[in-house]
Design a protein around this ligand. Sequence first.
Ligand code: SF4
Ligand code: SF4
Ligand code: SF4
Length: 340
Amino acid sequence: MEKNNTSSANLTRPKWIKTLRTLVQGGFALFCLYAGYRYYLFYLWATDQSSTYVPRPPSVEAFLPIGALVGLKRLILSGNYDMIHPAGLTIFLAALCIGLLLRKGFCGWICPVGFASNLVEKTAKKLKILWKVPIWLDLTLLSLKYQLLFLFLVLIAWKMTLKDLEFFHNSPYNLAVDAKMLLFFLSPSRLSIGIMLFLIAISFVIRNFWCRYLCPYGALLGLLALASPFQVKRDQKTCIDCKKCEKTCPASITLTSKKTIRTGECIGCMECVSVCPVDDCLTLALPGKKKNSILLLPAAVLTTFLLFYAVAFITGHWYSVVPPEAMKEIYSIIAEIPHP
Ligand code: SF4
Ligand code: SF4
Ligand code: SF4
């Protein structure tokens, strides 16, 4: 039975946080679809399949995280910002900053793949086909994304010299990499189709399969999030062990076994705090202040993200310096461009 100090909806932990998250994530996802469509129109123009010029939307570079990692190391070693894909590097830096300060808020509030994953999960829940992965398998699978991250970090962050980075940066492949990505989806190989169908199908059975077990981007953000000052805290004395928090947690965190949620899996969605029926049992804590409005975290995530965009836009670090005509030339030989 619930104790008397059950809460009513308030602004410290509004009940509509889940709806707000869906709207914010959905907004970003729609924007990405729109940007993808605009890029497709640009591609048609650049490959002489259309006479209508449509400007290339820089935001598609968000889907080039490996190039952004190369760009980050090049920035650190040479001081030069990636001006071929500046938006990609800006979005990557924003995600890293959010990870360090605001948990995996990028995953919880911005990433459209995370949104798609949440939608699949909701459908699977309704269909009652979600499978509870045994702990031994969960832990084994969890290591996969860290292994992938380790591989990328070794190959790029550790092994690539400045000469290698410059070679990659100026290669035709780097200039055409967004078009290569588009072609990957427009005319996928049988193997790619098989892998994508497998990932979609398994996500209906295993909650957030891609995000939880395979995404190296999320793994990196999770490691950074270990240093985040924002933490969900649980008051063991008032907890009534109703497990509502665990049932709602999209990251499958066993909240009732912890006093402080420090894990790199927490995406900062704040749904656990919102559903807890006991006042101040679960709180969003900061050093020196145990109880904060749960709206603070998403507000900070969105502000940080928009701030990076605004600074990049104002200082000329958003649009690529490569003229559309030069891209047109590169795209005309795209089939012959090998991976460097
Ligand atoms: S884990 Fe990867 S795909 Fe999933 S929400 Fe985070 S960044 Fe996006
Ligand atoms: S612990 Fe809470 S804030 Fe973190 S992912 Fe789970 S429900 Fe969201
Ligand atoms: S912390 Fe979780 S288990 Fe405890 S009262 Fe809140 S929702 Fe229930």
